[in-house]
Design a protein around this ligand. Structure first.
Ligand code: AMP
Ligand code: MG
Length: 339
């Protein structure tokens, strides 16, 4: 199959909408990462998404809508969910709610809840409107690879597998949406994103973070979100994350690990570049927001350079830092050091 890469103008979006309505798959930009979209109500289209990604069938998809209106056709909303939709939609917040029967079981991997999100990116919303159906879309990478934050990155993974990728430029956020379970008394973050625990608690009074966000699942522990049990965001090189309050101490340990390795690269904060002399290094930004924006592109770049060892400086887990550290911890298969 020939994969077309088209700038996401009105004509291309119309073509994309028709493809989705016909049961085909389309790559498209959102503010978080690029998505691989298909008709969420069409079990065949959804199966094709799992196949193109090589995604395990037990990992459910997020269903994207153009706005909150008419959402009760797909789920059973509640007052907490409604308040959060009002505050954060369109935007990078995914809400888990009891699902209605129109959503096929393959979309939710057999779960009784459906994950719903209204993206902010204008091309994403225009595509969903053009398709006239809710759009199931996981991140547009092959399963296990870092999520794509540019159309080119998505083409690297999906070339020949889908008919069309819409190019809307680099993603502004850079990490996937916050996944929030709102079926219980207190909302629980299953995957951190740009919408933070602090912001959610401010809006609805309280918010918890699932324990497995920053540690591997314990043996026999059920994954609150199935995506958490799979290896994720993995670069080809072996990665270690070093964290600590004292930048000099962190840098000393990073240098030590780098110097003991072959073909290594450091992933460090912008203002720490100078601490590493002429060692090979990539920029992880000046703050966690910028880190979220740069992380996946940096991991892909290091893959392209053939890097076999990645030594990364961590961020503090406050605010968006939690989302970046969640991705880094998984990319490093939880090889984390505190100094
Ligand atoms: P991705 O599609 O790559 O952005 O990943 C979607 C994330 O949302 C994965 O971690 C899924 O496991 C999670 N997710 C989607 N639907 C549900 C659901 N019904 N219950 C729990 N987690 C979900
Ligand atoms: Mg993903």
């Amino acid at each position: 199959m020939l994969t077309q890469l088209l700038w996401a103008d009105d004509t291309a979006i119309r073509v994309g909408g028709e493809l989705i309505a016909e049961g085909k798959l389309v790559g498209f930009p959102t503010e978080t990462v690029y998505g691989l979209g298909g008709n969420a109500l069409d079990a065949e289209a959804v199966r094709a998404i799992f196949a193109a990604k090589g995604r395990p069938a037990d990992n459910p998809l997020i269903v994207h809508v153009a706005d909150a209106e008419g959402i009760d056709a797909f789920c059973v909303p509640n007052p907490t969910a409604e308040r959060l939709m009002e505050a954060f939609w369109p935007g990078p917040l995914t809400l888990l709610l009891p699902k209605k029967e129109v959503i096929p079981d393959v979309t939710t991997a057999g779960l009784g809840t459906v994950a719903l999100r209204c993206p902010k990116h204008p091309a994403a919303r225009a595509l969903i409107r053009a398709a006239r159906v809710p759009v199931a879309a996981p991140s547009g990478n092959r399963s296990g690879r870092p999520s794509p934050t540019t159309a080119r990155h998505m083409l690297e993974d999906m070339n020949g597998l889908i008919p069309l990728i819409l190019d809307g430029g680099p993603c502004s956020v850079g990490v996937e949406s916050t996944v929030l379970d709102v079926t219980g008394q207190v909302p629980v973050i299953l995957r951190p994103g740009e919408v933070t625990r602090e912001q959610i608690a401010e809006t609805v009074g309280d918010c918890r973070v699932a324990g497995s966000v920053m540690r591997p699942l314990r043996e026999g522990e059920a994954a609150p979100s199935p995506g958490m049990k799979h290896r994720h965001y993995a670069p080809k090189g072996k990665m270690t994350v070093v964290r600590g309050r004292d930048a000099e101490k962190v840098a000393a340990r990073v240098r030590e690990l780098y110097d003991a390795s072959e073909n290594a690269c450091i992933l460090c904060h912008l203002d720490h570049m100078r601490l590493y002399g002429d060692r090979r290094k990539e920029n992880l930004g000046a703050d966690p927001e910028e880190g979220a924006h740069l992380l996946f592109a940096a991991l892909r770049k290091m893959d392209d350079m053939g890097v076999e060892r990645i030594i990364a400086e961590g961020w503090d887990e406050a605010g968006v830092g939690l989302a970046v550290m969640n991705r880094m911890a998984r990319a490093a298969a939880f090889d984390m050091e505190e100094v």
